[in-house]
Each structure stands twice: as structure tokens, then as C-alpha cells.
Design a protein. Structure first.
Length: 567
């Protein structure tokens, strides 16, 4: 049966039974999410190495596309903290033009993942890898904000994690007290704002995010200090960037084959991280609202968003868990809330963006410090340290590679390590043991005669049983067990009643063992082979290698055949 394209945007089904009550709920949620997204979009843009308006443009364009074309009812798209490290690294190495091309390519890759129906496969990335690189990104984001948080005077900040901390320690004497006070107070205000709102019964302001409150309060404080106390050392956005509040025209970058080849690695990293984060966010949202998102449609929607965003000067985007949960908690239940959130940001961008020049850089650093704390997932990290050593190995490897090298290296090595450990676990799950003297019929399911309690193994016959898949490792285990007995029988019976499948490596090992046994004058008899495994053996000419009479349906026939050979 021919498979059709799995692209069914939730927007289409959501508006079929749309009413005024639902719209009012979506409108309120969209306005609140737009306000929540504003400080984060500015902070993520600056931390990524681009101007603040590019962060807002990303939230507007990507947020609109994700809501229109995505596979989740409540997903809110935009720039996220996870991309800060990647985007900054790409800009440093390839420039803004390189970032634009890499993001476009990532969008194409995401669409291909959705078209090829690989949305569900992304979910099988091991959890230790997700926790490892998320915690690593959190530590990296925190590290990049120390200079602005404390107002350190440094000519340049090294890109290397260890060198960065060495430089911070070396320049600790250049700390600006006023900037440090603004930064630390921003962190404290964000942390205690929900409690203050409840304590002083500020019901109308309770839904405002702490990050926005901190930005407004600290911007006013910085202006008052400058106006009445002569404090001019607190650096603001306007001191570092020129603010542009006009919508840019769509510009398609010039593509060359050489550029595309150079940027495949960064593009794949953006696509993989975007896919993981967006599907994780959609899955979390499903559990709250009792819905089921379409993974393939969501990937296609994310791909469209990452193609549209860079055309207007934006950066990579994905589903944002925090903003999605804010949307749900404030009553958003359809993609209309995400569209309203994009419209709110657009209005703020057009009419209030010039005011952003007065926001202190230390305050934005404080916002990102809180974001990094939320991303760190330190409780999950510590809990995973109690897991099996293989999981801990993958977790720590991914974590340290993320902070010391970069996310691309971390994901690659983490996946390779996870695959190798999985192969090892699977190999260890297959048991091979020898059956001595007699066979207990009470445990056998491949017997025809039920009137006996035991079957005696004839002299000159060895019986081995495989319990589990026959693939890599099983053949070596056979050799170890057979070498342990140290004598040469006339017949070796291999019971395969508990072998669900056999792969090419297992076939190769089994064939080698049969050939070596034949050279030693030992006949191999297979017992209890299930139909699927028997079909594979016949396709690979095992009936010619062993003889049809030596592939038996159950152990009774196998022992009867062994007696004929021995007798």
C-alpha cells in the first residue's frame, strides 16, 4: 500500500469547531506568551552573537510558521537557549552569512525527516544523551554570561571553556560593582517574583514573567542611577548595538556547492537538536492537555519555520518548552494562541523596540543565568548517576564533550557510545549454556512425547542451548563453552527453540562453527528452529551445509538423529 505524505497541520482541524469562547482563551494566552517571549527573544539573540532585534524577528516568523504548519495544538516556536552555543560557534567560524545558510539547510533536513516519516525515530535517542547535552548547554550558557553579569572589563572572551574561566579569574579585579549589583538583583528578582506577587496580592501582575519584571525594574534603576547618581559604568544594549525597528525584506543568500559542503555538519546539528527539542516539547504538552501531536507534521512545520526565519535575518528556532507550558497554563488550546503571540511580538517590535536600548546588559545576563539554571536539570542529572554504569558513561561523556568541545562532537560521540553500549547489552542478553547428562522435559515446549520426565543424552553427544537472539557475540560464547569441556564429541546438538531471530553476523559465526566442527569430524544437529529462523537458514544454504535431516523441529527428533549417527 502506497504511503501518503504525513502532513496534517493541527491548525486545519482546530478551526473546524472554533468558537468565541475558545478564541478569547487563545487571545489571552497568546498575549501573555508574547510578553513572556519578549525578554527571552532579546536575550537569546544577543547571547547568540546577533543583534537583539534578530531574536524577536525569529520569535515572530518562526512562531507564526510553527503555529500554522506544526503538528501540535499548543506548541510555541522561537529561539531557545539550546541554540545559543551552536549559533555563536557557527557565527564565529562561518559568519552571519554562514549561519543563514546552515539554518536554511537545517530547515530542509527537518522537512525531509518529516516527509520520510522519521518523526518517531527521533524519540529513540537515548535519554542520557538528551540530559547530558542539555546540562552541558546550560553550563556553557552560564559561563558565557559571567562577563556581562559582573561587568568585567576584558578585550575579548576566549571561546574555549577552560580558557574562558581562566580569563575570568585573571580579570576578576576589573569587576564593575554597579553592573554586578544589577545582574545579581535581576537573578534574585526573577526568582522571588512569583512569591512577591502572592505575598502582596498583586493578582493583575501575577501572570507577568519575572524576567520582564526584572528588565523593567532594572532598566528604570539604571536610568535613575545615571541621571541622579552619575553612574555611567552600567553597559546597556544601546551601548553595544544599534537598534533597528523596521521589518527587514526577505533576502535569499548566495549558495555555492563549496559553502553547502562546509556547512553540512552545523546544519545537521541544528536539525537534530531542533527535532529533539520540538518533539520533546510537544510530547510534554500532550501529557498536559490530553492530546496527541503528529511528529512528522511537527518536523515539517519546524522545517518551514527554519527556512522562513533566516530569510528575514532570524536565527534557528524550535519548540520552546517553557513558552509552550505558559501557553497551556493560561488557557491556550489551539494554534491561534501561537499566532496571537507572534502578532503581539510584531506590535512590540514595531512600536516599542527603540526602548530596548536602555536595558542593562547585566540584567539580560541575569535572565540567561536563570534560564541556564532551568535548563540544567540538575535533579535529573544527579538521579541518572545512580543508573547502570553504561548510562552514566554516556551521560558524562556527552556532558563533558558539550562543555569542552561543542554540541556537534558531543552528539556524535554520545550516539556512537550509546550504540556500542546497546550492542554490548544485547550481546550479553543472549545466553549459551551446555545441557549435561539429561534434559528436563517439564521445561520444554518443543517436545512431542509427554510421557517421560527426562531424556538421557547419549554418550558422544553434546547439547547446547541458545536463549536469545543469535547475533554478534553468541559465536564467541559457543567457542568459550566448548573449549571448557576439552573433549571432542561425535555430535553437537544446538537447541534454538528460544532464538527469535538470527542476523548476518550470527549466520557467519554459525557457519564457521559448523565448518570447523565438520573438519574435526563432528556432526552439527539443529533443534527447535522456529519457522522465521529456519527460513533464513535455508536462504543461506544451511540445508546443504548440514543436511536436511540435521535440522530438526524438536529435541526428541534431534536426539533420535544423534543416536543414529553415534550408533
Amino acid at each position: 500500500m502506497k504511503k501518503t505524505l504525513d502532513f496534517k497541520p493541527k491548525m486545519i482541524s482546530a478551526i473546524k469547531h472554533y468558537d468565541r469562547k475558545t478564541f478569547m482563551a487563545d487571545l489571552m494566552a497568546g498575549v501573555i506568551v508574547g510578553i513572556v517571549a519578549l525578554p527571552l527573544a532579546i536575550a537569546f539573540g544577543i547571547a547568540s552573537g546577533v543583534s537583539p532585534e534578530k531574536g524577536i524577528i525569529t520569535a515572530i516568523v518562526a512562531g507564526l510558521c510553527v503555529s500554522l504548519f506544526g503538528g501540535s495544538k499548543v506548541q510555541i516556536g522561537g529561539p531557545t537557549g539550546a541554540f545559543i552555543v551552536i549559533v555563536y560557534g557557527i557565527i564565529q567560524q562561518y559568519g552571519v552569512q554562514g549561519l543563514t545558510i546552515a539554518t536554511l539547510m537545517a530547515g530542509v533536513f527537518l522537512i525531509l525527516l518529516g516527509v520520510l516519516r522519521l518523526g518517531t525515530i527521533i524519540k529513540y535517542i537515548p535519554y542520557p544523551i538528551v540530559v547530558g547535552f542539555t546540562s552541558g548547554i546550560a553550563v556553557t550558557i552560564f559561563t558565557t554570561q559571567i562577563k556581562d553579569l559582573l561587568g568585567l572589563t576584558m578585550e575579548s572572551v576566549p571561546s574555549d571553556f577552560i580558557e574562558k574561566w581562566v580569563a575570568y579569574i585573571y580579570n576578576i579585579g576589573t569587576i564593575d560593582v554597579w553592573s554586578a549589583v544589577v545582574g545579581v538583583l535581576s537573578v534574585v528578582l526573577i526568582a522571588v517574583w512569583p512569591m512577591l506577587a502572592r505575598l502582596f496580592h498583586l493578582s493583575p501582575l501575577k501572570s507577568l514573567p519575572g524576567s520582564l519584571v526584572a528588565i523593567v525594574v532594572m532598566t528604570i534603576v539604571a536610568l535613575l542611577l545615571k541621571q541622579y547618581a552619575g553612574v555611567t559604568s552600567i553597559e546597556t544594549i544601546g551601548d553595544r548595538f544599534s537598534i533597528n525597528s523596521t521589518l527587514p525584506d526577505a533576502v535569499v543568500p548566495q549558495l555555492t556547492w563549496e559553502t553547502v559542503k562546509r556547512l553540512v555538519g552545523p546544519a545537521v546539528t541544528i536539525a537534530v537538536l531542533g527535532a529533539i527539542e520540538s518533539l520533546l516539547s510537544a510530547t510534554v504538552a500532550d501529557g498536559v492537555i490530553g492530546d496527541h501531536h503528529n511528529s512528522n507534521t511537527e518536523l515539517i512545520g519546524q522545517g518551514i519555520a527554519n527556512i522562513a526565519s533566516p530569510l528575514f535575518g532570524g536565527i534557528p528556532a524550535t519548540g520552546a518548552i517553557a513558552r509552550t507550558m505558559t501557553n497551556i497554563n493560561n488557557g491556550g488550546r489551539t494554534p491561534v494562541a501561537g499566532i496571537v503571540h507572534a502578532v503581539v511580538l510584531l506590535l512590540i517590535f514595531l512600536f516599542l523596540m527603540p526602548l530596548a536600548q536602555y536595558i542593562p546588559m547585566a540584567c539580560l545576563a541575569g535572565v540567561l543565568v536563570v534560564v541556564s539554571y532551568g535548563m540544567s536539570g540538575w535533579r535529573s542529572f544527579l538521579a541518572m548517576l545512580r543508573n547502570p554504569k553504561s548510562d552514566v558513561t554516556v551521560l558524562l561523556l556527552t556532558f563533558f564533550l558539550t562543555i569542552i568541545f561543542d554540541l556537534t562532537v558531543a552528539i556524535e560521540f554520545g550516539l556512537i557510545c550509546a550504540c556500542l553500549l546497546f550492542m554490548r547489552r544485547m550481546a550479553e542478553s543472549t545466553e549459551v549454556h551446555a545441557v549435561l547428562n539429561e534434559i528436563d522435559l517439564n521445561e520444554d515446549a518443543d517436545m512431542e512425547r509427554g510421557n517421560l520426565e527426562h531424556l538421557v543424552i547419549p554418550e558422544g553427544v553434546e547439547v547446547y542451548e541458545i536463549n536469545g537472539p543469535y547475533f554478534f557475540g553468541a559465536g564467541n560464547r559457543f567457542e568459550d563453552i566448548m573449549a571448557r569441556y576439552g573433549h571432542r564429541p561425535q555430535v553437537r546438538i544446538i537447541r534454538m527453540r528460544k532464538v527469535p531471530f538470527i542476523d548476518s553476523t550470527g549466520l557467519h559465526n554459525l557457519e564457521n562453527m559448523c565448518l570447523m566442527s565438520q573438519k574435526e569430524g563432528i556432526t552439527i544437529v539443529l533443534s527447535g528452529v522456529n519457522p522465521k529462523v529456519e527460513a533464513v537458514l535455508k536462504r543461506n544454504n544451511f540445508s546443504h551445509l548440514l543436511g536436511e535431516e540435521n535440522i530438526c523441529n524438536h529435541i526428541d527428533l534431534a536426539l533420535q538423529r544423534a543416536r543414529e549417527i553415534v550408533g
